[in-house]
Design a protein around this ligand. Structure first.
Ligand code: URA
Length: 327
C-alpha cells in the first residue's frame, strides 16, 4: 500500500565521468550508484569510525622521533645555511668557473705558467665555510615558499648529488587532505612535481572518485624530497635528514586529514614497523609539534595498485574511510 506522506527514496549519488570509471574498474559502480537506503541507522563506515581505536602511543610519535629515524633530526641533518628565501639562490649557486678556453679548458689553466698551485690547506678551506645549519633549525620559521626554496637548495644528505630536481610537493590550499608518498621517481625527478608518472595518474583518478583534486583541496608530497638512485629504498639517514621538511609542511598546511600511501611512508610517519595490512582500515592520530592531532588514513601505494589491480577495491574502502571521517 502506498503511503501518501512517505518521503521519496533518496536519489543515487551524483558522480562525474572519472568517478564512474574508477567505480566501474573496482566493480562498485552498480552498488555505489544504487539509491541509498533511508538513513535511519549508522552505516558500516560510521560504525568503524566510532569503534576505531586510536593507535598505541608508538604510532603517535612525530616523525622526528620515529624509531625508523633513530637520531633526533636536528642533530644529524647538516644543511647549507639558508635562513630566508632571498638567501637560497646564493646557497645553490655553482662556484664561478673561469671563462672556458680551448676545448672547454678554463683559460686560467691554459694560460698558467709553471706548476699548478697547491690545494689550499684543508683546515683553511673548511674555515672559509659557514658551519652547517641543521634542517630542523634552518626551517623553524620558514613559510611554505621559503621552505620550497630551502628544499630546492638542500644538501643535507647524499641524495642531492644525484637529483635533477628536488620535489617539494604541490597542491591546493587550504588543504583538506595531505597525501604523502614515498619519494620521487624518475618522472617526478625530471619535472620537479610529485606523482606525475603512471602512479600519479592513478592517484588522480582515485582522488577524483571521492571528489578531491590536487589543484583544489589536496596537497601531495613525499617523505623524501629527492629521488633515491634507481628508486631504491631511502636509507635511515636520508629519512632523518628529510623528515623535518614533511613535519613543517604538516604544521603549515594544517590538513584536515593525512592519507599515507604505501608501507614506507606509513611506517615513517607513524613511527612503527607494523605491516600495511595491519595499519589499514582504521584512523590513526598524528601528534604535531603544536599538540594538534591529525587523523591519518593508510592505504596502498598507487604503484602497488598498478601491479595488483585486485587490491583497488581495498584502496576504495580506504578512501571512503577518509571521506567519512571528514563528513
Ligand atoms: N611515488 C611516490 O611515492 N612519490 C612520487 O612522487 C611518485 C611516485
Amino acid at each position: 500500500m502506498s503511503q501518501p506522506n512517505a518521503a521519496p527514496p533518496p536519489a543515487a549519488p551524483r558522480v562525474n565521468p572519472l568517478q564512474r570509471i574508477w567505480l566501474r574498474e573496482i566493480g562498485m559502480e552498480r552498488l555505489w550508484l544504487r539509491p541509498a537506503p533511508a538513513p535511519s541507522r549508522p552505516t558500516a563506515e560510521t560504525q568503524v569510525l566510532v569503534s576505531t581505536p586510536v593507535l598505541p602511543a608508538a604510532a603517535q610519535i612525530p616523525v622526528a622521533e620515529a624509531p625508523i629515524a633513530p637520531q633526533p633530526v636536528a642533530a644529524v641533518a647538516p644543511v647549507a645555511a639558508v635562513p630566508a628565501r632571498e638567501a637560497a639562490p646564493a646557497a645553490v649557486a655553482a662556484p664561478a668557473e673561469p671563462t672556458p678556453g680551448r676545448a672547454g679548458i678554463p683559460t686560467s689553466i691554459l694560460n698558467r705558467k709553471g706548476p699548478p698551485p697547491p690545494p689550499a690547506p684543508k683546515a683553511e678551506a673548511e674555515a672559509a665555510l659557514p658551519p652547517p645549519v641543521p634542517v630542523a633549525e634552518a626551517i623553524r620559521n620558514s613559510t611554505l615558499e621559503e621552505m620550497h626554496d630551502q628544499v630546492v637548495a638542500c644538501s643535507a644528505c647524499g641524495l642531492c648529488k644525484g637529483r635533477r630536481n628536488a620535489v617539494f610537493g604541490h597542491g591546493g590550499q587550504p588543504t583538506r587532505w595531505l597525501v604523502v608518498g614515498e619519494a620521487p621517481g624518475e618522472q617526478e625527478d625530471r619535472q620537479g612535481q610529485p606523482f606525475v608518472g603512471r602512479s600519479g595518474q592513478l592517484l588522480d583518478a582515485m582522488l577524483s572518485s571521492v571528489s578531491m583534486s590536487r589543484e583544489r583541496d589536496v596537497f601531495i608530497t613525499n617523505v623524501i624530497k629527492c629521488r633515491p638512485p634507481g628508486n631504491r629504498n631511502p636509507k635511515p639517514e636520508e629519512i632523518a635528514a628529510c623528515s623535518p621538511y614533511l613535519m613543517r609542511q604538516i604544521a603549515l598546511l594544517k590538513p584536515e586529514r593525512i592519507l599515507v600511501l604505501g608501507r614506507f611512508a606509513a611506517q615513517t610517519l607513524l613511527g612503527t614497523d607494523a605491516t600495511i595490512g595491519s595499519l589499514r582500515g582504521r584512523i590513526h592520530q598524528l601528534k604535531t609539534d603544536e599538540g594538534r592531532e591529525i587523523p591519518v588514513v593508510v592505504s596502498y601505494h598507487p604503484a602497488y595498485l598498478l601491479r595488483s589491480p585486485s587490491e583497488k577495491a581495498r584502496a576504495w574502502q580506504d578512501l571512503r574511510l577518509a571521506v567519512a571521517q571528514l563528513a
